[in-house]
Design a protein around this ligand. Structure first.
Ligand SMILES: C[S@@+](CC[C@H](N)C(=O)[O-])C[C@H]1O[C@@H](n2cnc3c(N)ncnc32)[C@H](O)[C@@H]1O
Length: 522
């Protein structure tokens, strides 16, 4: 099926031609009466296709200015007035080229006569965009070549565009399976092979393999984990309980979320077009985040025997996703929540996120969570520590982060994670519960941190986080408790304490890989 595009991006970038893109991003040219694959490079596309230009600008901002793709992309789409279909094409191209960078650079290294580091970074970004179209998108090779060469000519120059043309022609000589066979020929190291085939740094492949075992799963699941990281994630919505409604989202094509109440999901489209999302009563939030927040809210307390209102704390609240859901849940049952965040800018985002919730239900504190235990000892019934972490469980949402993160980040974050958890354990009332959460399954950021707390203190008891997630879910059988893996026959792990913690996985639950431990103070 093809359809004519309206708006500025539907106009031809070439004299005499009208550019059309179908659902798969294929383009058809009409009106020039010339077979463009036969024309010389210098006579081909002279201006950049806006969708490809947007993808290129995103890659340049990410590699040149350390920008975040998910923040840059929407602004560039707006600047270039892309319609919905072009925006989808640009998103797939930018995110795909960023996710696939490891594999694509390995392919390019075989097609360029010098080390890639010696290329102009802009040329390298144009090449990555070209490779993604050639090996991973349903774009005809001639369109991928012509348009990428045209882009390079328009934004970098005629000389570099000739290099781009020559290199991409070599890339186009093989399809992806043939390239992968060539790249991995003679290799026996499973980590190296997975790193090349699934475009993850080797240290992350190693860490995710270890994380599977540490959380009681089988290491053979690594392929599914890496594939899930490379798939475009669905958009999840949450209607703030007692405040928001999903009716408008359902009318717009979202479907009810299967995992958690008051949620919806969609595989495409911009949720920002919904008035309920713009008004903040419905929010974009991964189902895993919703589940861990609801699990904490649902757990039975042995504190609060004084009969007063429950006091909750979100110790690391920015930018406020879980704080907003927790605040709405707190408001429903007459509780109050303090949302703490050290960064003033992010603290403002937290207040904005909670703005739809009655304001007597919440307060924002701008400060270091490590001080809260000292400043407010034994003061809270429920505390969320959504600790700063490597984010290795959310790689599908942050396409560039796998290339930015380093092994050293894991050990650098460890002391902060431990201090925050310890501060929360000081701040919680006896009988109250602390949820320690990360969007990373890395054993050093999850069970090792919880183990240390349990070793250092004798006033703690671990609750069954898997059961709490099940109770918070619609299905009741998530199988996220780490005991589930043990039952599945993995004899290496987990240790007895680990069996009480829980780990969600993108390949199993279609959520971010959130870790949850629920710790009660005795
Ligand atoms: C994983 S994010 C939290 C995400 C948030 N809960 C949400 O759902 O939107 C971790 C947050 O911890 C904050 N943070 C960093 N150092 C901190 C500290 N010393 N005390 C408290 N929070 C800290 C970061 O600024 C960041 O906003």
């Amino acid at each position: 099926m093809t359809s004519e595009q309206g708006g500025p991006s539907g106009r031809s970038n070439r004299p005499g031609g009208v550019r059309r893109r179908d659902d798969a991003g294929r383009e058809r040219n009409r009106g020039t009466g010339r077979n463009r694959t036969e024309s010389a490079p210098s006579q081909r596309t002279r201006a950049a296709d806006p969708a490809r230009l947007v993808a290129f600008e995103v890659l340049r901002a990410v590699s040149g200015d350390d920008a975040y793709a998910n923040l840059v992309l929407p602004a560039r789409i707006r600047n270039h007035h892309l319609d919905r279909r072009d925006a989808g094409f640009a998103t797939e191209l930018a995110y795909g080229a960023l996710r696939g960078q490891g594999t694509y650079d390995a392919i390019l290294a075989r097609c360029v006569d010098r080390p890639l580091a010696e290329l102009d970074p802009a040329v390298l970004d144009a090449l990555r965009i070209g490779v993604h179209q050639l090996v991973a998108m349903r774009v005809p090779a001639h369109a991928a070549l012509d348009q990428t060469v045209g882009l390079a000519r328009a934004v970098i120059g005629a000389g570099p565009s000739a290099l781009v043309n020559a290199v991409l022609r070599k890339v186009a000589a093989r399809d992806l399976p043939a390239w992968l066979a060539e790249l991995t020929a003679g290799l026996t190291d499973e980590v190296k092979i997975a790193s090349l085939v699934h475009s993850h740094p080797e240290w992350i492949v190693r860490a995710l393999r270890q994380a599977l075992v540490a959380h009681g799963r089988d290491v053979s699941e690594i392929t599914a984990v890496l594939e899930a990281d490379n798939a475009a994630p669905v958009v999840n919505l949450v209607a703030l309980p007692g405040i928001g409604s999903l009716e408008e989202a359902f009318d717009a094509g979202f479907t009810p979320g299967p995992l958690v109440i008051d949620s919806a999901l969609s595989s495409g489209g911009d949720p920002g077009r919904l008035a309920s999302v713009r008004g903040g009563t419905v929010r974009v939030q991964d189902a895993g985040s919703q589940l861990v927040a609801r699990a904490l809210a649902g757990v039975e307390l042995k504190s609060g025997l004084d009969g007063g209102e429950e006091r909750w704390l979100d110790m690391c609240a920015g930018p406020g996703g879980k704080a907003a859901l927790l605040a709405a849940l707190a408001a429903e049952r007459g509780a109050w929540i303090l949302a703490n965040e050290p960064s003033a800018h992010r603290a403002k985002l937290v207040a904005q996120a909670m703005a739809a919730v009655p304001e007597d239900a919440w307060t924002v504190r701008t400060g270091d969570g490590r001080d809260v235990g000292r400043d407010h000892p034994a003061s809270f019934d429920r505390i969320l520590v959504d600790a700063p972490c490597t984010g290795l469980g959310a790689l599908r949402r942050r396409p560039e982060s796998r290339w930015r993160r380093q092994l050293s980040d894991v050990s650098e974050l460890g002391p902060l994670q431990r201090e925050l958890l310890n501060s929360a354990l000081d701040a919680v009332k006896p009988g109250g519960v602390v949820a320690y959460v990360t969007c990373s399954p890395h054993a050093a950021e999850t069970i090792a941190v919880v183990d240390d707390a349990l070793r250092r203190r004798d006033d703690l008891e671990l609750l069954d986080a898997g059961a709490a997630l099940d109770a918070a879910s619609l299905t009741g059988d998530l199988g996220a408790g780490n005991a589930a893996g043990k039952a599945a026959g993995n004899v290496l792990s987990p240790l007895p304490t680990h069996r009480m913690t829980a780990q969600l996985w993108p390949h199993l639950h279609q959520t971010d890989a959130m870790f949850l431990a629920l710790i009660r103070k005795l």
